[in-house]
Design a binder for this molecule. Structure first.
Ligand code: MYR
Length: 282
């Protein structure tokens, strides 16, 4: 493993096998149904979560337990001196602040990195960190690289029902405008670490088409060098359609599918689709 460990939270939704292969440690966030807490991917699967949601149970969410995260760090091999902790946006969760606080509670240096987003774009940052760690970079070099990459990753998403974001209080300053958005499907994105509407669009199909237009403007030619991620909240058909369309538009891009797991699914609701992309330099 060397002296640098990589830690992320569960909302990057990286497959367990990938984390094991690349020595990535995961601090799970939780969903709470009627006072009972379930750590995502540990105590509840994404399928079981959406079954409960579709049956009308509405959970809340919470950040990783500080005690469990300390234990996780204390279990790291003795040679580890530095932990790069890549979290979901500090504008939507207290996870990043907790990672900062942790630095004073453990014997290693915890370098908290705010992805300023979540899910697959956060996973892209984890992959960047792995690449640099494996190439022998220092913790400071990895942090500087992540800051640069964070600016280059694009991500937009569309939800079926804005009620979920409104109920969880994650629509930021745009909350005042939510009333007027209820009949439409805005394209959403992150700005200054918060979720804000990017553009008001009438239908789901048109919203997705708008995101595709932005991709066509941003991605050069056949997609060579680009990573494209299509993320879904319990709507695999929509995801499959989008993946096929991306593969056709950008035949040389690396197109992958991901999912919105329980914690993010709580705030977006079933039917949400996210599209993210960036140009990988290696
Ligand atoms: C917590 O309770 O600390 C977690 C709160 C998570 C809020 C999630 C809000 C939606 C994020 C959407 C990400 C889309 C990325 C493409």
């Amino acid at each position: 493993m060397g002296n640098i460990a990589i830690l992320t939270d569960s909302t990057a939704y990286l497959p367990a096998e990938f984390c094991e292969r690349h020595d990535v440690h995961v601090a799970p966030l939780s969903v709470i149904f009627n006072g009972e807490s379930f750590r995502e991917a540990v105590d509840i699967t994404t399928e079981a979560f959406y079954d409960r949601i579709e049956a009308g149970n509405l959970p809340t969410t919470s950040q990783p337990s500080i005690g469990e995260t300390i234990e996780l760090i204390e279990r790291l091999p003795n040679e580890v001196t530095d932990v790069i902790a890549i979290t979901l946006s500090s504008g939507i969760s207290g996870t990043y602040q907790s990672m900062i606080a942790l630095n004073d509670m453990v014997d290693v240096n915890v370098h908290a990195f705010d992805s300023e987003i979540s899910c697959m774009p956060q996973a892209f940052l984890v992959e960047e960190a792995i690449h640099l760690r494996d190439a022998g970079a220092s913790a400071q070099e990895i942090m500087a690289h992540l800051e640069k990459m964070r600016e280059l990753i694009r991500a937009y998403f569309v939800v079926d029902d804005l009620d979920h974001l409104q109920r969880g209080g994650r629509l930021s300053a745009a909350q005042a405008l939510v009333g007027s958005f209820l009949q439409i499907k805005p394209v959403l994105h992150f700005q200054d670490r918060m979720i804000v509407p990017f553009e008001k669009i009438r239908t789901y199909k048109k919203a997705v088409r708008r995101i595709e237009e932005m991709m066509e403007q941003s991605i050069q030619g056949d997609g060579t060098g680009y990573c494209i991620g299509i993320i879904h909240a319990n709507c695999p058909e929509r995801q499959a359609e989008e993946i096929a369309s991306m593969k056709q538009k950008f035949p040389q891009a690396h197109v992958t599918g991901g999912h919105f797991g329980p914690v993010i699914g709580t705030h977006l609701g079933p039917g949400a689709i996210g599209i993210t992309w960036y140009r990988r330099e290696w």
